[in-house]
Design a protein around this ligand. Sequence first.
Ligand SMILES: [Zn+2]
Length: 384
Amino acid sequence: MLITVRIKVCPTGDQARSIIATMERFNTACDAISETAWLNRTFGKYTLQTILYRDIRSDFGLSAQMAVRAIAKVAESYLADRSVQHTFEPDGALVCDQRLLSFKGSDRVSILTLDGRIVAPIIVPDYRDIDRAKIKGQMDLVSVRSEFYLMVVVDVPEEPMIEPDEVIGVDMGIVNLAATSDGETFSGDRCTTVRKKFAAIKAKLQRAATWDAKKHLKRLSGRERRFKRDMNHIISKKIVGTAKDTARGIALEILNGIGARISVTKAQRLAIGKWAFFELGTFIRYKAQEAGIPIYFVDPAYTSQQCSVCGYTSTDNRKSQAEFLCVQCGHHENADSNAAKNIAGRADVNQPIALRPPSKRCGSWKGKPTTGVMGIMPTTFSRG
Ligand SMILES: [Zn+2]
């Protein structure tokens, strides 16, 4: 499975200026190459290289590898469409190979610029260990709102899918962002605290309404988003790790409409903010795919009111947001863990025959456990 990993590059002010100048020169060269290619109706990489290599190097002062990459960028762009002349934005991607950009240990990169080599720190998303041997082909250095990112395509091996006898159910909610049928809960407290902190600063900045305040606000929303992303990565990593260690599948509630399903008070709705349940579900899915863990999607209807022991379903079973007490059998448990068990139960191989898909006669049933929709995940993921 090929995935794109986005690595943040953190140059100093001077280094950033060198990178921008290099980017601009590189893309100006691309424009010139593109014009020649277009006028001569010559789009092949090697032909262009033969015609233009020397001129591009001398006219634009590009290094040998940079000239080659610029020609390749143009040739590749014409592969997709040869009906118009292509132009390139000055701050378009600087295409690098391992000679133009190399990793120094795990926390720095060396980049060849017009001003020579610079070494800048990088931030690799902590949820992903990059095996540099698995980096495929070229890397794109891009600038997004004055920040620099290196887009790297990595080949992540997919493990063969296991055929589990049991599943872990995952219930997603507000008090607990996630709760598993094993009784493990991931509290939303920290998110609520962080969200409140950000909300307070935001309100202050919004009142100030200066240009500086606006800039600060923008940065803040990025930080909040990253915090949530990191939380989702931590939770999904833990859940998939447990599934892998115990050779179990994972049961999730059908994701679309989760926001609509959760009935919450106004205060809770505020607390949830824009908490990305969908993102959490997506992270669980792709980590599971890498690990060879099947995902089973189940209909979550009444999972919060149903007793996971005797099956009795009633709103009376719900003593509070956190507490489940079955009025029929007396089963008492954390409400989210109880719901997670119901979710697991709906995907379980040992579920009642009545809940299984019709029969082998329909042809699609391959003997795998499923309830409702069974999804085995998209093919590739772009992590950006
Ligand atoms: Zn019960």
